[in-house]
Design a protein around this ligand. Sequence first.
Ligand code: SF4
Ligand code: SF4
Length: 376
Amino acid sequence: MSVVYYATARSRTFDQGYSIPAKFDELLRRVNLKKFISPRDAVAVKMHFGSYGAFRVVRPRFVRTVVDAIRGAGGQPFVCDTVRIPGLQYLELATRSGYTYGAVGAPVVMADGLFGFDGVKVKTGPVIGDISIASGIYDAQAMVVLSHCKGHIESGYAGAIKNLAMGCVCASSRTGERRSRGKLHARGGSQLVWDSDLCNLCGQCVAVCPTGSLHFEKGKWTRDEESCFQCNRCARVCPTGALRDTMEVREFQLGLAEAAKAVIKTFKPGKILYINFVMEAAPECDCMPSQDTPVVQDQGILMSDDIVGIEQASYDLIGKAKPLPQSVAEDMHVKAGEHVLEMINPGKDAPSAIKKMAQYRLGSRKYRLVTVEKKG
Ligand code: SF4
Ligand code: SF4
């Protein structure tokens, strides 16, 4: 059984010890970073920097607390993500999200290089075959994975598994792979399909494309196969279903587990700590161009060395929470007792990636939640 430490979101008194930042300190004290970090270890603090419109990312003050704790344990922290939009723009965005050296106390870098090409190819498994892991992650001796838990239009739920599988790999690599992360969306190349009858020429797909690969010529949708790195963002924003990918949901979930396992295997055992923020649980990924209101109330922060246990616990907390009014949960008439993420993105079978990780023996879906209501 895995042990998951859990700082509740509620703070019922004005005693500072009951605040979330104080409880966060307490979680870090209980997990004891010295168990994960040896003196002078380079420690990747893996984040998602968000997008210009998706601002509900992990707050810099929590990142700072983690960075200080890593230094306290003798490690050398650096805060990182991988290229999702051109790296220079993404670093500018990180600054706007508050991730600066001054705020978080450590260098803020692109783990796959400024242009997203720096990766190391590793074998994965039967679904995606191989993948390029960002060199900054591959070469680090330890990692703390900070994940904002939320919904996702393709995986149903996005937390630590997705942060590893999608977030620790390169979009392209200089060793010849034009689509590394893209394999997760489209095994065997392009699987995007455009239906002219459904297209209203709104242009959202063109606007969201990070590589400028999409164009409309005489009302016909065209994509530059060379520059497209298969992020599938265009299909996700299409409001009419005119653009869709044909990747099987099951394959996508299994691919996520395969890639996440490959990332974990680049570290020695016991060198990764997971921190899940079940706060501001938006219905969609932080890479989307905008972000709707949260679908459940803040639940709190979880910490564990077991990726399976922490993901199962986070998913369960969201599922047990009441759906919030003035959100897509209300629009879709989700009732208390129904898992809000399963209702707003039906048919995604989000737990299947968690189950696969358990089959890989990377952790246990049975967990013991150690609830922390107060510091000390
Ligand atoms: S999948 Fe779509 S949005 Fe992504 S790079 Fe290719 S064309 Fe652009
Ligand atoms: S987002 Fe969809 S509907 Fe809009 S232009 Fe692109 S394919 Fe057409």
